[in-house]
Write a protein that binds this ligand. Sequence first.
Ligand SMILES: Nc1ncnc2c1ncn2[C@@H]1O[C@H](COP(=O)(O)OP(=O)(O)OP(=O)(O)O)[C@@H](O)[C@H]1O
Ligand SMILES: O=c1ccn([C@@H]2O[C@H](COP(=O)(O)O)[C@@H](O)[C@H]2O)c(=O)[nH]1
Length: 416
Amino acid sequence: MAKLNRRLLGIEKARSATKDSCKLRPRAAELMPVMSLFLYSVTVGGHDLALILLLSPYVIFLLPSRLLYAFGFSSMRMSTHPMASPGSYQTTRSRVSRVGSKKPYINISRDRHKHTQFCQIFHSHCVSFNFIKFSTVFLHFESSYTNYIVDSWGLLLKLQTSLRWKYSIIFEATGSVLSLKNPKVIFVLGGPGSGKGTQCSNIVEHFGYTHLSAGDLLRAEIKSGSENGTMIQNMIKEGKIVPSEVTIKLLEKAIAENENDKFLIDGFPRNEENRAAFESVTGIVPEFVLFFDCPEEEMEKRLLGRNQGREDDNIDTIRKRFRVYMESSLPVIEYYKSKEKVRKIDAAKPVEEVFEAVKALFTPVNDKIFPLNKIYRCYLGVISVALNIYGLIFIRVWLKYWCGKEFTMRSVVDFM
Ligand SMILES: Nc1ncnc2c1ncn2[C@@H]1O[C@H](COP(=O)(O)OP(=O)(O)OP(=O)(O)O)[C@@H](O)[C@H]1O
Ligand SMILES: O=c1ccn([C@@H]2O[C@H](COP(=O)(O)O)[C@@H](O)[C@H]2O)c(=O)[nH]1
């Protein structure tokens, strides 16, 4: 009983940790054509257009969640299977796989009280159902039977008594918590002491990003007294790269717990394995890679003068870090270069000059030509909807008077 309660409590914790983090911003660009078409259809246009629109997968699945978000139901998100025990699952883009747990399923034993809790969890999962990414449809049995086994995918393996039962279909939201949150990520890379942290602070101040330094997260993990602490400390002392799963878990957690959706990930990925693992676990591909290019002598001088009491800022470790950077981290930059994602900055210049170059990358092209504040963006949105409707009315009139047809889905299809 206590064990099950712990598990259920853990699931609750896991859920509250994830639910607030998976917010989805309704994207105006996505909504506008649909809104315009719908407004047009119900006011001026043919009703079959409105019907087709209402029945479209976009409206059925995506729009409700977007609207729920827009009206403040930001916590109605759930990305992982509620039956997966917390801490023992790893989410990837396409499936939720259990790691670190020997049992492939959860056994719910006979106890009415437990059964009630189990149903509540499923019930609230229905409420927090995410409309966007789902693959597996599985069954939810709500009945008076008392003993059954459900596997981690919600598949019913064994049903001993079935007096009366009903079922509902639950869609499993797949993908990492992060892929649902869909954060914008920029990797900030460069040699040790190239000025990544310094420039990240400036970017945070001017452009509202959240700075996540992989090194800082690892150092915080050591301080927290975690079981990995000693291993991480030894790796850092030797200038070696900490195993991907440790760093990725910390990054995932930091992103999920943060309200912001724009992140600078500083000092990660440090090798090809880091890069591939991060992309496959989180499904996140960086917008671009900010690469601070700086000669080794300058970096060495800066690190030796940093005076932040870092254990690895001594000449022996610094040399090891340089070697690891050349051998393992540069190939990551080469990889992103081949994808045309690298934005190289000459980091040997003074701080202010480096930031001028950085700024140019973060200022949107539109804002450089025609800076728009939020109110103007709203006006533009309204104008865009109006223009869309105007366009549809024009098509309708044109179809009617020049082609002699009503503007219905059929006539549009016939016309095409
Ligand atoms: N452009 C610059 N010119 C001179 N000094 C700089 C410049 N940028 C940063 N520094 C200084 O160099 C030191 C290292 O900078 P910073 O911590 O930002 O580097 P980093 O790339 O984040 O290092 P690490 O990878 O070790 O975390 C700091 O003392 C910082 O004040
Ligand atoms: O992704 C990472 C980031 C850092 N490390 C280890 O931490 C130290 C210090 O990193 P800084 O970016 O200089 O703060 C680094 O030398 C590595 O040992 C890591 O393993 N993986």
